[in-house]
Design a protein around this ligand. Structure first.
Ligand code: GTP
Ligand code: MG
Length: 578
């Protein structure tokens, strides 16, 4: 809340202008019934024709000024609130971007999206219309009450007596409608999710022949949506006429009682007309209070949710006195590293010494902990015990930006942005010299297929790179890592979708480039066999390690994998030996 108030306070000038226009508009509104009353008394009943011109001029003037003030008020409130929301969204987005991987493991995208969109929208309606109308109605109510009592305290009392009844019905309606709105909002979220999932996953739906089922599912939710909306309409239809009736009842009561006063000569007809106009300035605020309180309550709830998100601290923070190596060589060391996800042990006693320029290959069954291991290098997670060193500095003490700039990762799941191929490759690399870009595209074999596209590197690809094959996407993400020219390159299963020929070509290119430390996770022997050290993982432990030849001689797991992949060749060799 404090954060929001601070942002609002920053816009105080435009808010103050809006508020001034609002107060002036109300003051003018108060003159309207007065002039109408005096036209009746002095012109219609009193025959004072000369006054008509003055009164009409005043009324036209008021209407005109009122329009200008109304515009200024809305404009100023809209402008200030939009600025507040833009700033709030920006801060929220920056904050979310700063959170660590572990946070995103725990929270789903849909929820975060609704914080950024729906909750900020709720706050927007509250600080714009909600805030403006609330102020306006409170002032109307206060000023109108004073005026009514000044005109005639007995009539004022008559009208005030019925007000609590109106307020009671208004709040009853709001309570009911509020719950229904909540249901509608929840249901809409489900409906949106179903539609979104089905559109995003349309290929899976079609491939599994689930169209009918999914359509039925959507229809059911759509019907449910209709039912809840119908309930809302029913509540409105019950309560609104009642509120209308009670409001008119006040008018009738006032006119009846006032009528007696007029007949008795205690009050002029014009005053009674003015009075009954002022009454609506009491009734409207009451009728709006229900809606306004729910808008404000929704805003408070949204602010709380957003505050909770702002309170999330990134697990990975820059060290208070971050260190930077004198010379970046790309020496990565794991010393007695253990890692747990929420108490479940994933990596145990890992010791690795990756010398600058060397290649470490990592193999092992799925779920063995390979990705988890390489995630510790760029400090996407911190190890539970032990340490990871980068050029002799514990990564927890190293400047995070420098560390990440020097560790280039090709992630296991390729994610491409809906942008051009060039922008996807240069993503996050800052200024890239042309020759570096071209070399990366050549080495990652991107050139090969992009040169055949009519728009070349300017081709825009879909949100998940639709229109590209799995291997082409992998090649783009390899180029994205190469363009950064980092001292440590991590390839997480990033050649799995490539044919042997392309894989070899990329391997050759990497050999040629050398000068960086490389971690390769792969399942194919062909991708790892040239590495300086091959680590075989099982259940979070390194169970075998050595060069290709050493591991073959060991006749362990690595050898088994080798035999599986080169069965025919191995069998032929063994026969020859016999
Ligand atoms: P493949 O990529 O399939 O070859 O497996 P991997 O060797 O890369 O496995 P990874 O390091 O991704 O996962 C190791 C173990 O950690 C698995 O048992 C996962 O279930 C578990 N794991 C991975 N990510 C998370 C996470 O975010 N939270 C929790 N609790 N467990 C996780
Ligand atoms: Mg993995």
């Amino acid at each position: 809340m404090k954060r929001l108030l601070r942002l609002i306070a920053k816009q105080w000038i435009t808010y103050a202008l809006g508020f001034t226009a609002l107060v002036l508009a109300i003051v003018l509104d108060m003159y309207n019934p007065y002039y109408v009353g005096s036209i009746i008394d002095r012109v219609i009943l009193g025959g004072e024709l000369a006054y008509l011109k003055t009164a009409l001029l005043a009324l036209v003037g008021i209407t005109f000024a009122r329009a200008v003030l109304g515009y200024t008020k809305e404009y100023m409130f809209d402008l200030s609130s939009s600025k507040v929301i833009v700033e709030l969204r920006k801060k929220l987005f920056d904050h979310i971007q700063g959170l660590s991987f572990a946070f995103f493991d725990r929270n789903n995208t849909g929820e975060l999206m609704s914080r950024i969109k729906e909750d900020t929208d709720n706050i927007m309606s509250a600080i714009c219309y909600g805030f403006m109308l609330f102020l306006e109605q409170v002032i109307y109510f206060g000023v109108a009450t004073v005026i009514l009592f000044t005109i005639d305290w007995r009539l004022a009392l008559v009208s005030l007596v019925t007000m609590p009844l109106i307020e009671y019905v208004v709040f009853r309606l709001e309570k009911q409608v509020g719950k229904q709105y909540e249901k509608i909002s929840d249901q809409r979220a489900v409906l949106n999710m179903t539609a979104q999932e089905n559109i995003a996953g349309v290929r899976v739906v079609k491939a599994f022949g689930r169209e009918k089922h999914e359509i039925l599912k959507f229809l059911k939710q759509n019907e449910e949506n209709y039912r809840i909306n119908y309930d809302l309409v029913k509540s409105m239809a019950t309560y609104n006429p009642l509120i209308e009736f009670l409001s008119n009842l006040v008018s009738v009561l006032v006119i009846t009682a006032g009528g007696y006063f007029v007949i008795g000569g205690e009050m002029s007809l014009g005053t009674l007309v003015a009075f009954s106009n002022y009454i609506w300035m009491l009734i409207w605020p009451l009728r709006m209070m229900g809606w306004l309180t729910s808008v404000l309550a929704q805003c408070v709830a949204s602010v709380k949710k957003i505050d909770k998100l702002f309170d999330e601290e990134p697990d990975i923070k820059n060290y208070q006195d971050p260190k930077v190596p004198e010379e970046i060589k790309g020496h990565v060391e794991f010393r007695d590293v253990c890692f747990e996800y929420d108490g479940a042990s994933v990596l145990k006693d890992i010791n690795i010494d990756a010398r600058p320029g060397g290649t470490i290959a990592i193999m092992g069954m799925t779920g063995a902990g390979k990705t988890t291991l390489i995630n510790l290098i760029g400090r996407y997670y911190d190890c539970t015990s032990g340490s990871v060193y980068f050029d002799g500095i514990d990564v927890r003490e190293m400047d995070l930006a420098v560390l990440r700039k020097n560790v280039s990762v090709v992630m296991q799941d390729t994610f491409l942005f809906s942008d051009t191929i060039e922008a996807n490759i240069k993503f996050g690399a800052g200024e890239v010299p042309d020759e570096v870009f071209r070399a990366a595209c050549r080495d990652a074999m991107v050139d090969e297929f992009v040169s055949q596209m009519p728009d070349g590197y300017q081709t825009v690809i879909g949100e998940r790179g639709i229109g590209l094959s799995g291997g082409q996407k992998q090649r783009i993400s390899i180029a994205r890592a190469l363009v950064r020219d980092a001292k440590v390159l991590v390839l997480d299963d990033s050649t799995s979708a490539l044919d042997m020929e392309t894989e070899y070509a990329i391997q050759w290119a990497m050999e040629r480039r050398k000068g960086f430390t490389c971690f390769i996770i792969a399942h194919r022997i062909s991708a790892v066999k040239n590495a300086d050290e091959i680590l075989y993982f099982e259940d979070g432990r390194i169970v075998e390690r050595g060069t290709h030849d050493e591991l073959l001689r060991l006749r362990g797991r690595y050898y088994e994998t080798y035999r599986e992949q080169y069965r025919d060749y191995v069998e032929a060799l063994e026969k020859e030996v016999v």
